[in-house]
Structures are given as structure tokens and as C-alpha cells.
Design a protein around this ligand. Structure first.
Ligand SMILES: Cc1ncc(COP(=O)(O)O)c(C=O)c1O
Length: 413
């Protein structure tokens, strides 16, 4: 899965980090638009559930309410009324006050990750990251050349504490993680928070999938749990929380947010100044209309019911067509099933080429590993396509696996 970006001869070379990335995200964003392909690759919502009419109405209301302000450059920190609204929601979930000074609005959560890299990482700095790791975070931080250690959720061992003491930050997606769909138990989150507090580092909690609770409840975020135990005064804890509208509403508004202690927010706002001056004021104003009017909250049960059916369709089809070679846990939420090869000899980088020939796409595990060495699993999305299309995709995957196995050296074709 490597990607060699070379500048034309006789022109200055591209920066060194460009040769260490991969273009899998670009690939699956473009594959998603091809009618001949079944894409089980991207982390995309069901487009037919996008509330187009409601967003048109919210846009009209936003323009009537904010006028030219919605078409301006805005404050780096974001539309003040939306900062207030996000702070109020977080305050309600945490049972203590957060103010607008604790909120930075970003161009998607992806920009929050990028700004954290810009503000915190010098070359060689250590990040202790949940493993396998969301590839967008790895992409965002690659130019900063960090080192990684795996986050051990058991939080045991001297080595782990020493790593935390050296780390610039810990990175975790505890709710229905990308790529594994895992829901980290509250006890493990609490243990991690204790160790983070003792080590004096930051804890980045990336939480785009919180609304997609398909079975049962996720419980409080690490931010909410920590804040509730320190209810007095301004929030001054180590948790830097990232949220987004991308998975629960639409990704195209590109509205995300960071919630943290005020000094971190001011620093990230400074980093944002030289990134895009400000996020779109228009889409922030539209988002405000959708949140304040209660539309967003009312929309979630519909998407959750749809995604539950799709997850079940994927897992049932996989039991029929893929269980000989892969195993998985049924994820209690989110967008992905993480399928692990029963034999380490199955290399999903190589399988990927066969899958594309069969016109089905998944994401090979190697791109979720900073070193690229994790080659025996794949991330399979269940939210984008109808159950019928998912089943067809799984049939194509079975054909790809059979052809891949038959073509391996030493095997008769
Ligand atoms: C864990 C995680 N963080 C951040 C993002 C980026 O979200 P956004 O669309 O808000 O930029 C994603 C999107 O897939 C994600 O899975």
C-alpha cells in the first residue's frame, strides 16, 4: 500500500514525507462514485438518508438570520452561537459547565486532528495510539514525523507508564472505533484516564461514531466522565475531545468541533489561523439551525435503524461466504466490521487487487498500522449500501478470496 509521489525530473523534489504516505483514502472516495463497483471501503453514511429538503430550509433560515455574516470570513474559533450551542450540549452530557471558550469549530474532525499535529508534534515525538489506528489520523500527522507506541487498554506494566510520561498525547477512538468497531469498556477508559492524569500528558478522544449506537448505550465519553468528577471551576483537564456532524447528519457541511480546556482551544485557534482563516460561516450557521431546531436529534433513530439492518445483512452474508477464511465480532455501533484472517498467510494488500478486479472494495489493514506491517485483516463498511448491494459485495469478496488463494505461489490455479 505504498505510494510514491515523485516530482517531475529537473524540478525540485516534493517534501520527503510525501513518499511515505498512501492514497487509499483518495481511492475509496473515487471508487464510491463508480456505479459498477460495490464499495465496502469508505466510512460514508447512506446518501439516500441525507436530509436534503431540511438542509435547504435550514440554509434559508440561516441566511435570513445571519445575512452577510454567514458569507464572511468568521472568527478563527467559529460562529459564536454555534460554539455556545456545542458547549451547552457538552455541559448537559457532562453535568458541569463548559463555555464557548472550551470550543473550537473546525472544518470536520479531520481538521481537529491536523491542528493537533500542528500544535503538538515535533519530529520524533511520541504518540501512544489505539491500535489499529484511524488512517486519517496517521495521514494528518505523517508530515510531522512522530513515533508511535500502541495503546495498551489494560494499562498495565512499567513500560506503558514510561511511554505515557514521554508521550505528547494519547490518541483513542473509544466509541465504535475506526477501523475495528470496538466499544471500549468504561472501566478501561477510567483506568486510562487515571494513568494519563498521573503522567501529565494529553488524551485526544476522537468520537465521530457516538451517535451510531446500534445495540445498547455507549455510556459517557471520557471527557464527560472526567468533567463530571471535577464539577467546579473552568474545565482544566487533559482530555481533548473531537466531535463532528459527518456521521450523524452529513459529511458535506464539514462541521466538526474540538472541546478542551481554554488554553488548548486558544492554541489550536492560532494553528487554524494559518490553515484556513476560518471554517465556512455558512455551513456553521446551517448546522446551528439543524441543532437548535432539534432536527439532528430526531434524525438519529432513523439512521440507527437503517444501519443496524445493514450491519446484520453484512454479518449474515459474511457467515455464509467468508467465514472459512475470516472471523469477526459483531460491532455494537459505528460503521465497520473488522474481519481478521484465520491464517496470517492471507495478505489483504494482495487480496485487495483481486477484489478490485471483482469490482468490490474494502480497506486493507496495513493502512491502519503506522509501520504498515498489519496485513491479515480488512475493514468492511456496512452503512453506505443497501442490504442487497452489501450481499452482492460479499459474494464478490468470496470470489476474490478464492481467486487470490488459487493464484498464490505453489498453488494450482
Ligand atoms: C475516527 C475518525 N476521526 C475523524 C474522522 C473525520 O471526520 P470528519 O468528516 O468530521 O472530518 C473520521 C472519518 O471517517 C473518523 O473515522
Amino acid at each position: 500500500m505504498s505510494f510514491q509521489k515523485q516530482s517531475p525530473k529537473a524540478r525540485p523534489a516534493f517534501a520527503r514525507w510525501m513518499s511515505s504516505g498512501n492514497d487509499i483514502t483518495q481511492q475509496f472516495l473515487s471508487i464510491g462514485g463508480r456505479p459498477d463497483m460495490v464499495s465496502l471501503a469508505g466510512g460514508l453514511p447512506a446518501a439516500e438518508l441525507y436530509p436534503v429538503a431540511e438542509i435547504a430550509q435550514a440554509s434559508e433560515r440561516a441566511l435570513a438570520r445571519f445575512g452577510s455574516v454567514a458569507l464572511e470570513y468568521g472568527p478563527c474559533e467559529g460562529l459564536p452561537a454555534l460554539r455556545e450551542a456545542i458547549a451547552a450540549r457538552i455541559s448537559a452530557s457532562a453535568g458541569r459547565r463548559f463555555g464557548p471558550e472550551n470550543v473550537l469549530l473546525t472544518t470536520g474532525a479531520m481538521q481537529g486532528l491536523d491542528l493537533l499535529g500542528k500544535a503538538l508534534i515535533d519530529p520524533g515525538d511520541l504518540i501512544v495510539a489505539q491500535f489499529p489506528t484511524y488512517l486519517g489520523a496517521l495521514d494528518a500527522w505523517r508530515p510531522r514525523q512522530p513515533r508511535y507506541e500502541k495503546l495498551d487498554w489494560s494499562c498495565e506494566g512499567q513500560g506503558f507508564e514510561a511511554a505515557l510520561r514521554q508521550a505528547k498525547f494519547v490518541y483513542a477512538v473509544p466509541n465504535y472505533s475506526n477501523p475495528t468497531g470496538v466499544l471500549v469498556p468504561q472501566q478501561q477508559r477510567a483506568a486510562l484516564l487515571d494513568k494519563v492524569l498521573a503522567a501529565g500528558t494529553w488524551l485526544v478522544e476522537d468520537d465521530p461514531y457516538l451517535p451510531l449506537q446500534l445495540d445498547g448505550e455507549a455510556g459517557p465519553s471520557i471527557l464527560a466522565a472526567h468533567a463530571a468528577s471535577h464539577p467546579e471551576g473552568p474545565y482544566d483537564g487533559p482530555v481533548v475531545y473531537l466531535g463532528t456532524l459527518s456521521k450523524s447528519l452529513v459529511p458535506g457541511l464539514r462541521v466538526g468541533w474540538v472541546v478542551a480546556e481554554a488554553g488548548m482551544i486558544a492554541t489550536l485557534a492560532l494553528a487554524k489561523q494559518s490553515t484556513d482563516l476560518s471554517s465556512s460561516m455558512l455551513t456553521q450557521a446551517v448546522a446551528l439551525e439543524l441543532i437548535e431546531g432539534g432536527f439532528k436529534a430526531g434524525h438519529i433513530p432513523q439512521i440507527v435503524a437503517t444501519y443496524r439492518d445493514r450491519r446484520d445483512a453484512l454479518c449474515a452474508a459474511a457467515s455464509q461466504h467468508l467465514a472459512e477464511w475470516f472471523s469477526w465480532e459483531i460491532p455494537p455501533g459505528g460503521m465497520f466490521v473488522w474481519m481478521k484472517a484465520r491464517s496470517p498467510e492471507i495478505d489483504t494488500n494482495a487480496l485487495y487487487a483481486f477484489a478490485l478486479e471483482e469490482k468490490v472494495a474494502f480497506v486493507p489493514s496495513s493502512v491502519f498500522d503506522p509501520d504498515g506491517g498489519l496485513t491479515d485483516a480488512m475493514r468492511v463498511n456496512f452503512t453506505r449500501s443497501s442490504p442487497e448491494v452489501i450481499v452482492e459485495g460479499v459474494r464478490r469478496l468470496e470470489r476474490a478470496v478464492r481467486r487470490y488463494l488459487a493464484a498464490r505461489p505453489g498453488r494450482a490455479a
